[in-house]
Design a protein around this ligand. Structure first.
Ligand SMILES: [Zn+2]
Length: 342
């Protein structure tokens, strides 16, 4: 067995880098695995205007430059707010946004100001279609039971596809067989992201033994059959299904509180963990398209420049990094991150 493996520098099409004092550490950590990341806008304050996009990009670039010599590129998104005007959307496009993010109000962390009435986003969706901006959707119906929320939201996406015949849509962090089947039936302008945790973990890992708040996320981890379907899809290179980490760090103390917020800090360990999974399935070569080809092609971006070396482990994921508990902390992985070349 080779003792290293070189990937084209991975892209992450769904990342939470937060804002404020903790952001620099999260951005640096991200830049150790990824060349580009689509940065989610549900920060405090939210990124929902052209000026906020420019300011947030500057903050991220300043932080990431310290880690990677300036090779990390944030791909910017904005948060869709109810009643957002055409001109506001076009200004976000002018400011360089490649995507707008749709959060149903109350669906996840930082979505209190999300969309209550889908009608209120129609003008913005028309403008996104006009500007060629991708609509990224957190597809869960907050009023449905926790494990049914994703499947319950699919008709809303169906409606958007019908009303906006050229709009490109990404179903974020899909976690169910139903979403996978929807993706397969959908036109080619629909893509989806899958996370490492929804591939590698199930509801049993979250609550089958002792409750593990570090594995609490939205959408909630699902039963084995759903994870198995997603695994099978990525291993054989499902078209338009690509990696988005949904890395979502919370301070360790917040995760230990009486009410733990949703979100898993996956960026430190996602790529090594995925390499172990793909290798164990005899498909290590297929990792490249999942983390470094399919997503860029869907977004119409150039293929990644540069490469990431993975070094054969073992590597024990630390109990804490950047004040948060990383995904698979304490576990021994078969690969660890090596050098980035650009
Ligand atoms: Zn997210």
């Amino acid at each position: 067995m080779a003792d290293n493996f070189v990937l084209p520098l991975p892209d992450d099409f769904h990342a939470h880098l937060r804002r404020g004092p903790a952001m620099a550490a999260y951005a640096e950590r991200h830049a150790a695995s990824f060349g580009r990341a689509l940065v989610m806008p549900n920060t405090k304050p939210p990124v929902a205007s052209a000026s906020e996009i420019a300011a947030y990009r500057r903050e991220i670039l300043a932080a990431a430059a310290r880690a990677s010599g300036g090779s990390f590129e944030p791909l910017m998104s904005f948060k869709l707010l109810g009643g957002m005007s055409r001109s506001a959307v076009l200004a976000c496009a002018q400011a360089g946004a490649v995507a707008g993010k749709y959060y149903p109000a109350g669906a996840t962390t930082g979505s209190e100001d999300g969309i209550v009435d889908p009608e209120s986003a129609e003008e913005a969706l028309d403008a996104m279609q006009e500007a060629g901006i991708v609509l990224c959707i957190h597809g869960e119906s907050p009023e449905a039971p926790a494990l049914d929320r994703e499947a319950r939201f699919l008709p809303v996406i169906e409606g958007m596809l019908g009303r906006h015949p050229r709009l490109r849509i990404v179903m974020e962090h899909i976690s169910t067989v139903e979403s996978l089947e929807f993706l397969r039936r959908a036109p080619r302008r629909v893509g989806a992201t899958a996370t490492a945790h929804h591939l590698l973990c199930t509801l049993e890992d979250l609550l089958g033994g002792e409750l593990d708040p570090q594995l609490f996320c939205r959408p909630v981890l699902k039963a084995r059959r759903h994870a198995d379907a997603l695994r099978e899809a990525v291993l054989r290179g499902e078209p338009r299904l690509f990696f988005g980490s949904d890395s979502a760090p919370h301070p360790r103390s917040a995760k230990a509180a009486r009410r733990a917020p949703a979100g898993i800090y996956t960026s430190p360990s996602a790529i090594p963990a995925l390499a172990g999974f793909f290798e164990a399935e005899g498909r290590l070569g297929a990792l490249e398209s999942f983390v470094a080809r399919t997503g860029a092609a869907f977004y119409g971006l150039a293929p990644p420049r540069g490469s990431l070396e993975l070094i054969r482990g073992p590597w024990t994921v630390p109990e804490e990094l950047d004040g948060a508990v990383p995904f698979l902390s304490g576990r021994s992985l078969g690969w660890r991150l090596g050098r980035i070349e650009v």
